[in-house]
Design a protein around this ligand. Sequence first.
Ligand code: D41
Length: 678
Amino acid sequence: MTELSQIEERARTLRAELENHNYQYYVMDAPSIPDAEYDRLMRALIALEKEYPSLITADSPSQKVGGAPLSKFEQITHEVPMLSLDNGFNEDDLIAFEKRLQERLLNVNDLRFSCEPKLDGLAVSIMYEDGVLTQAATRGDGQVGENITQNVKTIANVPIKLRGENIPKRLEVRGEVFMPKQGFEQLNQTQKERGDKLFANPRNAAAGSLRQLDSRITAKRPLLFYAYSMGVIEGETLNALDFHTQRLTALGEWGVPLCKESAVAIGAKQCIEYFNSIGEQRNALSYDIDGVVFKVDDISMQKRLGFVSKAPRWAMAQKFPAQEEITVLQDVEFQVGRTGAITPVARLEPVFVGGVTVSNATLHNQDEILRLGVKINDTVVIRRAGDVIPQIVSVVMDKRTSSAVDIVFPTHCPVCESHVERSESEAVARCTGGLVCPAQRKEAIKHFASRKAFDIDGLGDKIVEQLVEAKLIENPADLFRLNLPMLTSLERMGDKSAVNLLNALETAKNTTLPKFLYSLGIREVGESTARNLAMHFLSLESIMQAEIESLLEVPDVGDIVAQHLFHFMREPSNIDIITSLQDLGVNWPTIEQASAEQQPLLAKTVVLTGTLSQMGRSEAKAKLQDMGAKVSGSVSAKTDLLIAGEKAGSKLSKAQSLNIDIWNEEQMLAFFAEYDDK
Ligand code: D41
């Protein structure tokens, strides 16, 4: 072999390896080598091509890193126009769509649809000739687009060369270029660190990245591509591909990436089910979608249906309600939470977004206000995704007017005027007023009364606010000092509700140690930490006296929790409240008592035999286990109790001979009933 042919051979091997890794990674979702190794192979290939430019081929994976910048994009006329999609917004639109199809197709039943998430990106066309990527274009106006070949070649999952059998001589792959959510976040992070402009959303970031004259910039952007159809097809291979979904599958086999969430549905009803199911997954998906596309799967039917103006009759996009809208930030208010945390809340001009009218959004903290650079009277993009609290995404700077006013973070609590403090380690600013601050007081009492704490029926947020404002209560202990005249003095509080509330307060006095601890609202002490503390120390007194070191022995208690607890328990006003609560009758069983009541069969071995007539055997077994019993299959000297149903046989006689306690089914049920009452 000559030296050059050896080098050629080496370049071929490198290309084949790189192609294969790309395919494994992006199409099969199964990375075959570490990223660093991939980069090493790529660098080796680039070095080789640089030294021997005659070796460079149109299908070399080295083109994934981009090339010399262009002065402008050339125009490209699509050989087959790229159509657009009709939109629908609700179930009725979808049912009407199916009806129109049935009328035109003369009442075919069980219409088969390809259902595809509608990616929120940019439609592009990618031409492959003899399996090699030769040209890529934007959709443009559907007739004429821009030549973005260099840029598309850099998209990580776009194959520069197709693989597999029966590849058409010319094949135009159409699909959507998009930026996954995570890549978008990272890109914006980098942009921010460099002081560059932030992108408003993944779609804008994808558009901006694809429209770079310098493809080396595009190469650095986390773009991906999923195919959604074919345009030009020349060659024999498509005879067997009678369905759109078969064509997609063929594309997949040739190494073209596809959206994995696509599916087939029969009839509008299943389409609606698909739409709802994708809607539920929407937030969890790694990419943004703005709806679902339904397409008649049978290509011969597609041909019969044709298109009107620029959209096919055989496809429809059903849109989700928009998750982002533009509105005006009218004002910012500062709310004080239970632990004094001060949260800026945006008051917005009401706007319909994500299916509801939104007039407030959280601004989180001071850092967030700085990050957004937002001012009062600014036009802002707000986003409401799923059930999350609406967020301000960005400011529309073009719309800023001279009326824009800086947001001033308060130095004093807006409720009690105590100093606001911000520690170095936290983004949160806090009111230092503690329980002197009426806002913190209200929140502390609301928390105390809440379901997972004292669970006081009839003591809603509104009543707590009224009680605090009327100065009838200052702290949780005061709740148990309330009487009938005090309660009925409140607006809209009748005798009956007042009596009910007093009864509920009386009932609530019987609690458990974990709930009591949780209800105190100690910072970072949630339900599960409270339970761990109770199980570890067994009594309130031990927790109150515990030093940091012993607190740290409790599962899940770290430095911060231990510090908060320690300081809480040494604050005289807190000790006062705890003592008052106990003096006023708040009580809980000791932990040993509690486990005896909850697990009356703890560590007992129980055997079930014979036929039970009123309860299934597995149900009985589960109940016994709930009560702490070990349920065994055979009687021995270690058995504590035999439960004998009808027709009990040898186990019963053995238990009798061993002098073991024996219950019949009625006795068991009576015992269960007593336990259920607890
Ligand atoms: O995911 C998409 N955004 C998507 C767009 C998709 N899954 N399928 C699509 N199918 C078509 C037809 C039916 C015309 C082949 C599309 C689009 N069109 C489309 N994207 C932008 C304009 C039209």
